[in-house]
Design a protein around this ligand. Structure first.
Ligand code: ADP
Ligand code: MG
Ligand code: MG
Length: 883
């Protein structure tokens, strides 16, 4: 079998299409090489080797050794060098690369092949001892960390001591002999820790590094990242071995990263950072403040450090040409890594760049305008969930700003919260319901969980491409990075800004749009949904088949949803209307009444309240369909719980506390979720359903008169499992409709339908459809009843289930297509068989989940309904599902 794929010298065994086999990095290195771009030659050990490695107790396939040797020879031919040969020294990097990019998750070893002998050869070849020893000490440190598992800090301490000894501030001030000394000290440290010398044999080094990459697939950081991003463990990582080029060969050498468009705003301008005389991840690590690539960006940033454009004009020109070419080739914004060795440009990586939602929209719309992609593709490029970022508030421009520092606008959106200095603490406070800003000198992959828990992230070091910035953008969290005026003191848990000290727990606000850090809480504005957002939405609306409605019962929610493009209400939960202050007691009066007439007189008081609620909703929806669900929860939910509350309520509604207590006890249920609720209430107390139906019809007439748009209400009977339940309730509703029409002389068009939320309802759907004019899949309850898992109690074990691989996703978030979905499909088919024109929709939480929406399209539902803030997400997801 072929386990190793070579690239370099204008050709390659694979290409961009081989991502699964070669990993993202390897596939794109091959692609660039095939395009004839300057890529140092190398080879990729496939992801299949990783799978083999884990399936066979960390053993490699038999042929691997020979294939690696042959591939090393090929690099040797292309570079006129030889691995391990001091006379023609070839050094390599060993880089990981999974299918999906996992920034910072896996470790890279540079300068591999150096030892006490070859370092002298490197010095001789380069004519530069300082460079050679700088490379060697980097190698020892990286290798010791990644392969031998020694902490970086050990080495950094040694370096700091050495710098102090030499009175140097920056690494660049150290001379050849200093680096040689550091190297000796490093090796001594390794010996002390490992009780054996640092490996000198290049082959041992190479296999050590390859093994470390494969092992790192299972390190805790990588596992966390995969869990957060739903990357299956079975994918494995590839290993890339590549000839070294050097950005640290003096002042005509450099290393950098760039995006072909601005990853924060999407603006069509090359955007990037670099460092002179540096190597590898120096730019990202925030060791020195990086310089801008273009003159324009330098001027924009007010930096006095020269741009690459000025400093190395030829390499810059080459780079711009290649960047354009790659963007056109991949038809997407690219994230590039490059190194310049003595004026000569080398490409080390390209991939589709991570971007903010705002940038994603702008890039998609621009690229459609440029003719690079079509509208359909533009729509399909936007991750629906990412729209969430745009729906987040920004700081009110009119608000007073108490600016304590300015950093880089690393990820947009504004956030307010209490200062915390550690990720563990961020997680703890978040779990306790608090909002926090994670403040760090810089972040590392160990901080992922804290970044997740925080509202926003603030770092005092690092550029726009630092770990904090990249990860925050990916998560859609506001981030300000590199706020250098701030001093973080972890020990005393303080943040100092221009003489002012803030403690852990003090509230600050960050503005990811301009990099400001503000004291206290600041007024925020709701986002604007025009421009690129509107364009994508318009295109999406043209493409999608399903309608998107909202779940709303308050006028505010209904209006928000309309502004987000909702095409009606798919679920109005009437019980929410009974909880409002003055109503709850009337409701309680009704519940406590001993007779039907007692109940009717309380209901008569509720009628005008419900009528005006409905009337307002109908007006807001102006002729769009509105589905109203009859009372659903068990009645005891409306009664007071504690003893103190009982006496207060008893006084307020004029009954004895004793009676109230008795009634509350009588209504107690062992299993309320499966108890006296839904249509069961309407069967026991038809007068409740009658009052609600009357309120709906009267409101429909009222709103229809006011707006001139006829209202066609859809009345939904919850929790039907037996067709006779629906027959019973529907007869009452029809009778009320007839009465109201006679009283008013107006005709009302209306539909009566049901929620399908019990397995029995799905099974008997053909029968239920004889009475029901529509079905709305209540997938929250349907999931509970299908699995027999109560949603309120699921949290205790669902995460364990996920960790142990028993379920892939939480079925309350993403519809369980195989089980619950099968019931939905069956009910839809049976319903249509009985009543071909039956309206079908979904109103569970899943109506706003992109993966579930795809399923809804597949079974041909007419609409999805979701919470107001998810309406844009659903519109986009529905369009993507229709393509
Ligand atoms: P990551 O996946 O974390 O970005 P990479 O494998 O891309 O890790 O390596 C990080 C950096 O190391 C690269 O951006 C590049 O600057 C440097 N690097 C990797 N391989 C080489 C090489 N062969 N020559 C020079 N620099 C390299
Ligand atoms: Mg890295
Ligand atoms: Mg990289």
């Amino acid at each position: 079998a072929k386990w190793v794929y070579g690239f370099g010298g204008g050709e390659a065994d694979g290409g961009a299409g081989d991502r699964n086999l070669l990993g993202g990095k390897g596939a794109n290195l091959a692609e660039m090489s095939g395009l004839g771009l300057p890529v140092p030659p190398g080879f990729t050990i496939t992801t299949e080797v990783c799978t083999h490695y884990y399936a066979n107790g960390h053993a490699y396939p038999e042929e691997l050794d020979d294939q690696v040797d042959a591939a090393l020879d090929r690099i040797g031919e292309l570079t006129a060098k030889r691995f391990g040969d001091p006379a023609r020294l070839l050094l390599v990097s060993v880089r990981s690369g999974a299918r999906a990019s996992m920034p910072g998750m896996m470790d890279t070893v540079l300068n591999l092949g150096l030892n006490d002998e070859t370092v002298e050869a490197l010095a001789r070849d380069a004519g530069d001892r300082r460079f050679a020893y700088d490379s060697y000490r980097r190698f020892i440190q990286m290798y010791s960390n990644v392969v031998l598992g020694l902490e970086h800090e050990m080495f950094e301490e040694i370096l700091e001591e050495e710098k102090a000894r030499r009175g140097a501030e920056y690494d660049t001030e150290l001379a050849a002999e200093d680096w040689a000394r550091v190297t000796e000290l490093y090796k001594a440290k390794v010996f002390e820790e490992m009780e054996k010398p640092f490996p000198q044999d290049p082959r041992e080094q190479l296999w050590g590094a390859i093994g470390a990459v494969f092992s790192s697939w299972m390190n805790p950081r990588a596992i966390t990242y995969r869990r957060l991003h739903d990357i299956p463990e079975s994918w494995g990582t590839a290993v890339n071995v590549q000839a070294m080029v050097f950005g640290n060969m003096g002042d005509t050498s450099a290393t950098g990263v760039a995006f072909t468009r601005n990853p924060s705003t999407g603006e069509k301008k090359l955007y990037g950072e670099f460092l002179v005389n540096a190597q590898g991840e120096d730019v990202v690590a925030g060791i020195r403040t990086p310089q801008n690539i273009t003159e324009e960006a330098r001027i924009g940033a007010g930096s006095d450090k020269p741009s690459l454009e000025k400093l190395m004009p030829e390499a810059f020109r080459d780079f711009v040409t290649i960047a354009d070419r790659l963007e056109g080739h991949y038809r997407d914004m690219q994230d590039l890594e490059f190194t310049i060795e003595r004026g000569r440009l080398w490409m080390l990586q390209t991939r589709s760049g991570k971007r903010t939602a705002k940038a994603a929209l702008r890039i998609a719309v621009d690229m459609a305008g440029e003719g690079l992609i079509g509208q359909e593709e533009a729509v399909s490029r936007i991750e629906p969930g990412s729209l969430d970022q745009l729906l987040h508030p920004t700081i009110d421009p009119k608000a007073e700003r108490d600016v304590i520092a300015i950093g880089l606008p690393a990820s947009p959106g504004a956030a307010t919260g209490e200062i915390v200095f550690s990720s563990d603490e961020a997680e703890e406070l978040k779990a306790a319901g608090r909002r926090v800003i994670l403040v760090r000198i810089e972040t590392s992959p160990e901080d992922i969980h804290g970044m997740h828990a925080a509202e926003g992230i603030l770092t005092t070091r690092g550029g726009m491409t630092s770990h904090a910035a990249v990860v925050a953008r990916g998560m859609g969290k506001p981030c300000v990075s590199g706020a250098g005026q701030l001093r973080v003191d972890y020990r005393n848990q303080t943040l100092t800004a221009m003489g002012r000290t803030f403690n852990r727990g003090d509230v600050i606000t960050i503005d990811g749009a301009n990099g400001q850090v503000l004291a206290g809480q600041v007024a925020m504005l709701q986002p604007e949904l025009s421009g690129d957002f509107a364009a994508i939405m318009e295109w999406a609306d043209k493409i999608r088949r399903m309608k998107v409605r909202t779940n709303a019962e308050t006028p505010a929610d209904a209006r928000t949803a309309r502004s987000f493009g909702a095409e009606g209400i798919g679920l109005c939960r009437t019980e929410h209307m009974f909880f409002e202050d003055d109503r709850i007691n009337v409701m309680r009066e009704m519940i406590l009444a001993d007779t039907e007439s007692g109940r009717r007189s309380a209901l008569a008081k509720l009628l005008p309240m419900q009528r005006s609620d409905f009337s307002e909703l109908f007006e807001i929806m102006a002729g769009l369909p509105v589905t109203i669900r009859l009372l659903d929860p068990p009645l005891h939910e409306f009664l007071p719980k504690s003893g103190k509350e009982i006496s207060e309520v008893a006084a307020a509604i004029g009954v004895s506390p004793e009676k109230l207590r008795q009634r509350t006890e009588a209504l107690h249920e062992a299993n309320p979720m499966l108890g006296h609720r839904g249509c069961r209430l309407a069967v026991s107390y038809p007068e409740i359903a009658e009052m609600q139906a009357r309120a709906i019809f009267e409101a429909a007439i009222e709103a229809g008169r006011k707006t001139g748009a006829p209202v066609e209400p859809e009345i939904m009977v919850p929790l039907v499992g037996i067709v006779k339940e629906l027959d019973f309730v529907k007869a009452r509703i029809d009778a009320v409709a007839k009465a109201v029409m006679e009283e008013t002389g107006e005709t009302i068009a209306y539909l009566v339908g049901t929620m399908i939320e019990l397995p029995r309802a799905a099974i008997r759907a053909h029968e239920i459809a004889q009475a029901a004019e529509f079905f709305s899949f209540g997938t929250n309850d349907l999931t509970q009843t299908t699995f027999g898992i109560s949603r309120d109690d699921a949290a205790a074990f669902m995460e364990t289930y996920r960790q142990k691989g028993i379920v892939e996703a939480d079925p309350f978030v993403t519809l369980d297509v195989e089980g619950v979905g099968e019931l939905v499909r069956m009910a839809a088919e049976k319903g249509r068989a009985t009543r071909p024109a039956i309206k079908l929709g979904i109103c569970g939480e899943h109506g706003g989940d992109p993966a579930s929406i795809r399923f809804c399209e597949e079974v041909g539902l007419d609409y999805v309904s979701c919470s107001p803030f998810r309406v844009p997400i659903a519109r986009l997801a529905a369009a993507q599902a229709a393509v």
